[in-house]
Design a protein around this ligand. Sequence first.
Ligand code: HEC
Length: 229
Amino acid sequence: MFEKKSGILLIAGVGFFAFAFLSNAVIPILMYRHLPEKTVLEVVNGNVRYQFEDLAQRYPDSFTAAYGEPPSDPEQAAEWYNAKCAEALELGRKVYIGEGCWHCHSQFVRPVSNEDRRWGPVSKSWEYQNRLQRPVMFGTRRVGPDLSREGGRRSNDWHAVHFYQPDMLSPKSPMPKYPWLFDGAPDKPNARGLALMTYVQWLGSWLESYPYYEDFQPTPIKTIAATEE
Ligand code: HEC
């Protein structure tokens, strides 16, 4: 069978499929079978909570319309924010999938091509061991940047304007507009818009330090105005 082209094709097709299945599915399942899977509530952390409460302050009307009012007792309020933040993460992930964000964005920093210098620390297996990664959003290609370290890199306002009309912030951006995540203007995100921002701010928020791109500098407003002229 090795002399024939069809034999080689058979090995290339079935053989490498079997090898990939073994190395990418069977071995990881065996290696990580004892690692408990975190629930959505368990992946709410201080960084994403900060961003979520920031949304409440920036867009109070939108926020109240989506989630209601927090209880006045501070302890109950903390629990309330955690629960609502978990809710937002779940919806945000659905929006991310539904809007096809993963067609253009990956969520996996690979240990090759100096990716860590562009996007921050290389992704580790434990980062994917939770409900919000079922199934994982590795993505299929990279028209835009990898988003696994996006949390905290930009402000909520930046994301709001960018989702509303990407080329307002990133001239000639091929990223589509998502005006249906807003009730008319970028400062009026609806429940889905708020949820998507929470989700994007969550990505990488579980790491201990802000893993910005190596040469990342916040863009001064002046530079943006100058580019547009
Ligand atoms: C057609 C491909 C495409 C799709 C679909 C797309 N994006 Fe993008 N995205 C890009 C490109 C290209 C950039 C870089 C230019 C820019 O900033 O707009 C980008 C930039 C971004 C950034 C900024 C990253 C940074 O810090 O510089 C975020 C966040 C983002 N996209 C999130 C999303 C989300 C969420 C969705 C789905 C609602 C989405 N994108 C859909 C192509 C896409």
